[in-house]
Design a protein around this ligand. Structure first.
Ligand code: CO
Length: 461
């Protein structure tokens, strides 16, 4: 029997995020969506992650509108998003009410599959989102963030997989955001999860260290049900394995991906000039395209590495990159080995940059790191170092219990504050997630509409 392998195309979300800092506007892909719908992908990852923030902050796009537009053109293929559990798409914890409203609205606006993860692999931080996704009729994909540390053992991942299945997840994803999962580690983990779980297992990896093509192939040999890839022009480096290469190899080996390579060629031809423009205008830094074996030591995920480079470039300190890359694992250790994924990757990365640029460790500590030390992000995988706790909190005691239970629902106050700026529940949720960016966006939208009205009145007169 031919074994079916699901292919998820990530060019519009993760490849966009990993190579060009999520700056791809809708105009760059609107004409190719119907073709993408014909390629035979299992799903298209198109939303969530940093796309929401980027739409409001840089692209002057309504993220909800972007999703509805994609849904209107993609009628057959499942649409997928990435959600940071209790952080939704922001960088702090939100109330259960907000998480539920956000998940429900995501499904209502066109999302089929929600990949739900927590930066600390704390199941309690994923529970509300999983529960609401199932209630809304979505496919809840529970996530194991893969990292290596003295506390992240093979057994701990298997336990988490079982826990996520028992919480009702429809599938599991092993998320190797830094591209550090070796072919063998992946083979062993998938083998064990396939033995212990009834639900499908997916694997997500990045080509940062060059391991991903081997890792994905071993995942499939171990029985993984699907993997994530990016159309070739946006593949490689901090992004993902190329879709066409994997499909080509798998078809020859007798697997059925359902993906049509001729259609892939059209999609790739469409994105070639897009990639060329980003390269020419500097939005795509060629350094993210090369294989970085150092990531096996530093464990810097794709998106994080390009962020560190742009942070340092902005202050003309790119020559400090090596020092920052050395400081990053030290900060991570102090913080109790959180997996380097949003928002932990930003917190660890920014702290490492600050430590290097100020010339003194923890001279300045961000509010987010302080909140993390207070326990507001859930349980750290290992205890936080005493030195950091002292510098972050002074004599203050960390929080005990589930911090999320103490968060007041954000929605009513946000709705009252926005008044007629908000035209929908979605607008209010945008504001709850990204207050400054959303308010600016909503004000400008209102001004544009007012202009349009006066223009029309003038015309009539
Ligand atoms: Co990723």
């Amino acid at each position: 029997m031919t074994k079916k392998v699901h292919i998820t195309e990530v060019v519009l979300r993760d490849a966009n995020q990993s190579q060009i800092a999520t700056r791809m506007p809708r105009s760059d892909f609107e004409d190719i969506l119907e073709t993408m719908d014909q390629a035979g992908y299992y799903s298209l990852e198109v939303w969530g992650g940093a796309t929401f923030d980027s739409c409001l902050r840089y692209l002057d796009e309504d993220p909800w509108d972007r999703l509805r537009f994609i849904r209107s053109k993609v009628k057959n293929t499942k649409l997928q998003m990435l959600l940071r559990g209790q952080n939704i798409l922001g960088y702090k914890h939100y109330s259960d009410e907000t998480v539920r409203a956000f998940v429900r609205k995501s499904v209502e606006n066109g999302i089929d599959i929600i990949r739900i993860f927590d930066a600390l692999n704390d199941p309690m931080n994923m529970a509300t989102a999983i529960d609401e996704c199932l209630k809304a009729g979505g496919h809840a994909q529970g996530t194991i963030c893969y990292t290596t540390s003295p506390v992240h053992t093979f057994e701990s991942y298997v336990e988490l997989g079982k826990k996520l299945e028992s919480m009702g997840c429809n599938s599991i994803c092993i998320k190797d955001m830094a591209g550090i999962m070796s072919p063998k580690a992946c083979y062993d983990l998938v083998t064990e999860l396939k033995k212990d779980l009834k639900i499908p297992v997916y694997v997500h990896s990045h080509t940062t260290t060059g391991l991903a093509p081997m890792t994905l192939l071993k995942a499939i040999e171990a029985g993984a049900d699907g993997v994530d890839t990016a159309i070739s022009i946006f593949s490689g480096g901090t992004s993902h394995m190329s879709t066409e290469s994997l499909v080509y190899a798998l078809e020859e080996m007798g697997y059925d991906t359902g993906v049509n390579l001729k259609v892939c060629q059209k999609i790739n031809d469409h994105f070639k000039p897009v990639q060329a423009r980003f390269l020419k205008e500097g939005g795509l830094n060629p350094s993210v395209l090369t294989t970085k074996i150092d990531a096996l030591n530093y464990q810097i995920p794709g998106g994080m590495l390009s962020n560190l480079i742009s942070q340092l470039t902005a202050v003309d300190k790119l020559d400090q990159l090596d020092k920052v890359l050395e400081e990053t694992p030290r900060v991570r250790k102090d913080m109790g080995y959180p997996p380097l994924v949003t928002p932990m990757s930003q917190m660890v990365g920014t702290q490492a940059v600050t430590n290097v640029l100020t010339g003194e460790r923890y001279k300045m500590i961000s509010n987010e790191v302080k909140a993390y030390c207070r326990g507001e992000y859930g349980k750290s995988p290992a205890p936080i170092s005493a030195e950091l706790m002292k510098k972050a909190l002074g004599d203050q005691k960390p929080f005990e219990g589930r911090f999320d239970d103490t968060i007041e629902p954000e929605f009513p106050a946000a709705k009252a504050y926005l008044g007629d700026l908000a035209e929908s529940e979605e607008d209010v949720l945008s504001y709850v997630a990204f207050p400054q960016q959303a308010e600016k966006f909503l004000k400008e939208r209102q001004e544009k509409k007012a202009l349009k009205v006066s223009y029309t009145i003038q015309e009539v007169q």
